[in-house]
Design a protein around this ligand. Structure first.
Ligand code: UDP
Ligand code: MG
Length: 364
């Protein structure tokens, strides 16, 4: 294997390594039962990253595979000097595997991507170029998500999956806290400074898409390159890639797991979904009050008696709305406990040293 700087020999990248002068790209690949995909995945990365001026490490996180992925990785480790392998004791799910990779990565810049070859290594050079220009996070999105015109020409997704994912994305977009931008992708590049923030978050049930939405909002016009105007805040951009087909094996997400993931995405980002109930309660209370006034006027003017169903309907709506409102009020307190338990810092400082280092690496 070709490795320009020849600094990644053996399994572990040496401490105090040369990347302070060259910059190191860490590619994190979570893998669960991907025995037949990992070798082509590693080869595809090497073919691309060998042409970059940066050193690189490929950090494969074996998420408790049971199909011989572990043995295969151990074998490949001897053949590929830049390969590092982390084995988890059991299957913790993709989030856990990615977090384990972020904790282990030594890079100046990190990339997370799927190991089933759906995320093409060929998109990484463009992501690195964006990072060199000052972007702190570069999201790679399937071309159909970036281009609105072809939003349903999803190529490798079934029509059902593409429709449901579109509905979900629009729903989750609305449920975000103000200023947060939820980007549905796990193919992303981010600066070490961003990785450091993630590492320090005390949250146990961390969901990366929400964390990125909180940390690094995307302005809608930043799809396709726009140079950062102000480097004192985290900057991000989306770039399109062509979604590939899974090469071997099946998806690890069945419908139930996808629903669980969707709920996690909706509830982990903040307490906005709880507040949707307050709106519903308020609206139905307003409707019931309006009905009461209309009925009072009608029966007052016509001197007729209230019928039984009118009383039942209006009373049901009125007391139901009050119950919903009270429930949501309790939810507001529960939400505050949830936010407190997440323990996210109320503010973060920019690290000017990291920014300077990036300039040095990219200008070499
Ligand atoms: N993955 C993982 N642990 C899991 C499930 C998935 O590490 O419990 C990895 C998997 O090996 C792949 C990536 O996460 O590299 C995405 O999984 P998959 O391709 O099944 O998801 P899909 O593309 O169907 O959404
Ligand atoms: Mg996949």
């Amino acid at each position: 294997m070709k490795n320009k700087h020849n600094t990644c020999n053996g399994n572990a990248v040496p401490e105090g390594r040369k990347h302070s002068s060259h910059g190191l790209v860490s590619v994190i690949g979570p893998c669960y039962n991907e025995k037949d995909n990992i070798e082509p995945f590693i080869l595809s990365l090497e073919a691309v990253l060998d042409h970059e001026k940066y050193d690189y490490e490929i950090l494969m996180v074996n998420d408790g595979s049971t199909d011989g992925t572990a043995e295969k990785l151990e074998k490949l480790r001897g053949e590929h000097p830049c390969l590092r392998v982390v084995h988890l004791v059991r299957n913790f799910g993709q989030q856990g595997a990615m977090l384990a990779g972020i904790a282990e990565a030594k890079g100046s810049v990190l990339v997370t991507m799927d190991t089933d070859l759906q995320h093409p290594a060929g998109a990484i050079p463009e992501m690195i170029r964006q990072w060199e220009q000052g972007m702190d996070v570069v999201y790679a999105l399937p071309a159909h998500q970036v281009s609105k015109q072809s939003s349903l020409q999803t190529g490798q997704l079934s029509l059902f999956k593409s429709y449901t994912s579109r509905i979900y994305q629009s729903l989750i977009g609305r449920l975000q806290e103000p200023g947060h931008t939820y980007i549905s992708t796990d193919f992303r590049l981010f600066d070490r400074e961003v990785a450091e923030v993630i590492r320090q978050l005390p949250e146990k049930n961390l969901y990366l898409r929400n964390v990125f939405a909180w940390l690094c909002p995307v302005s809608s016009n930043s799809v396709h390159s726009s140079l950062p105007k102000d480097r004192s805040v985290f900057q991000s951009v989306c770039i399109p890639y062509r979604l590939g087909r899974r090469q071997h094996g099946d998806t690890k997400y069945n419908t139930v797991q996808l629903i669980r993931l969707a709920i996690q995405g909706m509830t982990n980002g903040g307490i906005r979904p709880l507040r949707a109930g307050i709106l519903a309660g308020g609206l139905s209370l307003a409707v019931s009050l309006l009905l009461i006034i209309v009925q009072l006027l009608y029966h007052g003017l016509t001197w007729t008696a209230w019928s039984g169903w009118e009383i039942l309907l209006i009373a049901g709506l009125f007391f139901g709305s009050i119950q919903l409102l009270m429930l949501c009020l309790i939810g507001e307190y529960v939400g505050k406990i949830f936010l407190q338990s997440q323990g996210r810092p109320p503010y973060l400082h920019r690290n000017p040293l990291q920014e300077n280092k990036r300039k040095i690496w990219s200008e070499r």
